[in-house]
Design a binder for this molecule. Sequence first.
Ligand SMILES: Cc1cc2nc3c(=O)[nH]c(=O)nc-3n(C[C@H](O)[C@H](O)[C@H](O)COP(=O)(O)OP(=O)(O)OC[C@H]3O[C@@H](n4cnc5c(N)ncnc54)[C@H](O)[C@@H]3O)c2cc1C
Ligand SMILES: *[C@@H]1O[C@H](CO)[C@@H](O)[C@H](O)[C@H]1NC(C)=O
Ligand SMILES: *[C@@H]1O[C@H](CO)[C@@H](O)[C@H](O)[C@H]1NC(C)=O
Ligand SMILES: *[C@@H]1O[C@H](CO)[C@@H](O)[C@H](O)[C@H]1NC(C)=O
Ligand SMILES: *[C@@H]1O[C@H](CO)[C@@H](O)[C@H](O)[C@H]1NC(C)=O
Length: 537
Amino acid sequence: MAVEDLANTPAERAAGYKSNETGDFSDAKEVTVGGMGHIVILGAGLVGSLCAVVLLKKGFKVHVYERYQDIRSIPSAGRSINLSVTSRGLRAIKALGGSLYNDIVSNLTTKVMGRIIHMPEGKVLFQRYGKDDTEHNYSVSRLDLNKFLLNAAAEAGAELHFDHALVESSDFSDERTVGSCLHFRSRKGCLKVNAECPVIACDGAGSRARYALKRCGLTDFTEDLLTRGYKEVLFPKPEGDGFGAKGEDGSEPCDGTFGLHIWPRGDHMLMALANRDGSFTGTIYMDNEGPESFAAFSDTPEGRDKCAEFCKRHYAEAIPLVGGLDSLVSQIVQNPTGILGTVRTSKWSAKGKVLLIGDSCHAMVPFFGQGCNCGFEDTLWLSKHIDDFCCSSGQVSLEKCTDENIAKCFAAVEAERKPSADAICDMALENFIEMRDKTGDLKFQAMKKIENRLENLFPGKFRSRYAMVCYGGEGNVSYANAKELGLVQAQILERLWDSGFLQEPNAVDPKEAEKLIDQLLVPKQKELKIDLSTIRH
Ligand SMILES: Cc1cc2nc3c(=O)[nH]c(=O)nc-3n(C[C@H](O)[C@H](O)[C@H](O)COP(=O)(O)OP(=O)(O)OC[C@H]3O[C@@H](n4cnc5c(N)ncnc54)[C@H](O)[C@@H]3O)c2cc1C
Ligand SMILES: *[C@@H]1O[C@H](CO)[C@@H](O)[C@H](O)[C@H]1NC(C)=O
Ligand SMILES: *[C@@H]1O[C@H](CO)[C@@H](O)[C@H](O)[C@H]1NC(C)=O
Ligand SMILES: *[C@@H]1O[C@H](CO)[C@@H](O)[C@H](O)[C@H]1NC(C)=O
Ligand SMILES: *[C@@H]1O[C@H](CO)[C@@H](O)[C@H](O)[C@H]1NC(C)=O
């Protein structure tokens, strides 16, 4: 049985690889890095690479330690899933100035205009994200984005140390305000790095920095795994135009390339996003154990038969798109399973020694598509607080960048971000339940329509929770505040539903709706100092 460790990629899990090996550090080689104006970053994933670029622009000397080889030369390391990114996360990149943002948007992404829902009985419905084509999300390959950001970090002067896996025995507990002893395993053996500078841990959901902090009694965390996992399924370039929404039942049509495809099937579901070359990357989510599960669909004649039966019953329409039944079955029985879970961490920082950001302290289930956006937003707030505490005119100031100020900066980032990370972790789990149980539900669909209508009628005082989550970030539209306002908005929708006219969304009485909004929602927005006009794609 594969090891249930969030540090392992699906392929590593399939191979029974163990991330928790410790190694012998008794006579390991020792080096010292750091000093004033230096920073160590753990992990060269999406968040670590972006964080490196942010700090290099401020004049810091940045040392990055990454467990894998350089992904720019090895094409298939890690997970290859396509991500959906929204303006909330892209803001962190925009804030860097220069051409980075335009390069990413124009060279790496495809546009996603809304969800294309493939109903069990064969209907295909398009649910637009925004009010028109100018409001959309982006799909980007994780690998391409990671390579691009890593390249940007290298060009900006990062010192990159690949093949360095941080180990749990690393020590963050001594008296110093700044400084720690990092233990790394590599193919060349064990290495102790005495880091005489702050450490930013971006080492992902299975963060060994987090484990080390817990071992030192400096934090605590929970890892709640779903009993459901995922596998990637490639759709080679589908032929014809059979893949889009044709505009049935009065809904809008949408070209298949511009939608996030969802086949909601209750206990399992399939999703797919377009690639730039015309193929699609799909992800199938289902239970790990049970009668219809990844365990039941093993790579055996019986497993394949059961799986074929299952695909014909639930995903008949997707079979030709994936290149036929054999291809779909082979991918499901053979591709490695990924695990999904939520990580919650009680303390993200220890004095000026270390700060956890990104998945290392708040991994979430992927059903809101916000994990990477949230991690990118962490770097934006880190950037703001470093400017305040340690920089003059945006450049690191050796006078201001004292150990005490670094500690204050880390504490400020934690205070700002933790409530929001908790909120988006909760909302991502709620979305999981919503996509699983409710997407096909009539009341749910009517509520979505009415929400959309309220948004169009009163754009100045009502934005859907989706919009606040995906496109917020400024104007105090934090994840935490989006969650809080979302509760009030759900009350308003319920009240309108109860009063009966919601079954016909266009029949909403604007006066009645506005009265509820003014009574319940607007005061809350004032209290939280929310500026809805900042919500932009
Ligand atoms: C199926 C799935 C779908 C998703 N879809 C979306 C989406 O649509 N939109 C979205 O915004 N987010 C999505 N996410 C979440 C997103 O992938 C993560 O939030 C994001 O990758 C987090 O970035 P990170 O840099 O914090 O961690 P990672 O990307 O995991 O990077 C961590 C880095 O640290 C390295 N590392 C790990 N351990 C060590 C160690 N011990 N020592 C040194 N280095 C180490 C790793 O090799 C890696 O390079 C999805 C996630 C999954 C699983
Ligand atoms: C990426 O896009 C920019 C436009 O922002 C363009 O000038 C540049 O040449 C592109 N780079 C590559 C590698 O295609
Ligand atoms: C999605 O991922 C695949 C690899 O899994 C990649 O080939 C493709 O280009 C990605 N899509 C986009 C939009 O970049
Ligand atoms: C994109 O935006 C919409 C709402 O605006 C949201 O429903 C969706 O979850 C976002 N992200 C993904 C993963 O498509
Ligand atoms: C933003 O919202 C928080 C509550 O989440 C509130 O405490 C704070 O005062 C608001 N901040 C600003 C700058 O208005």
